[in-house]
Design a binder for this molecule. Sequence first.
Ligand code: MN
Length: 195
Amino acid sequence: MRSAKITRSTAETNISVEINLDGSGVYDNQTGVGFFDHMLDQLARHALIDMKIRAKGDLHIDDHHTVEDTGIALGQALAEALGDKRGIRRYGECHLAMDDAQVRCALDLSARPYLICNLEIPTQKIGAFDTELVREFFQAFSTHGGITLHIDRLHGFNSHHIVEAAFKAVARALRDAVETDPRKSDAIPSTKGTL
Ligand SMILES: [Mn+2]
């Protein structure tokens, strides 16, 4: 079973993340940031990764530290659960449509963090959530998960739909990338022999 548990405490946040890559998408995510929980649930459900997250952050300031640090811990958990990445497909991609929004994700579990995030979210807020935190989350997740992560909005005018389509596209791409490739389940998927 490829799983990991990370706890991370700073003066700003206390976070625990438990994931199982070989799960069925069972989730229980509580960060105190409602819209963000909704997005983490999408990530778990559509990646078929079991995910339990608890975050207690300095929400009296704003949601920034909580969202960013959850991205850090989730990325660390992913990297730990993947281990030496033996047998994984490594790459994933998805074009995901949700009503007016279409978002494309291409990712590589490369150990070379790189984020391209072109979502051009039209409003500053979704409910109480600051939409600029979407990039902050994916930056932290990419950096600490060792993911080359490209996310592009192709269409869309509703901020909720654009962001939700982005999380679902990342989830679907991640599902494929972490899956075991039955044609090469004993090998690390790189000509270098290491990832
Ligand atoms: Mn929604």
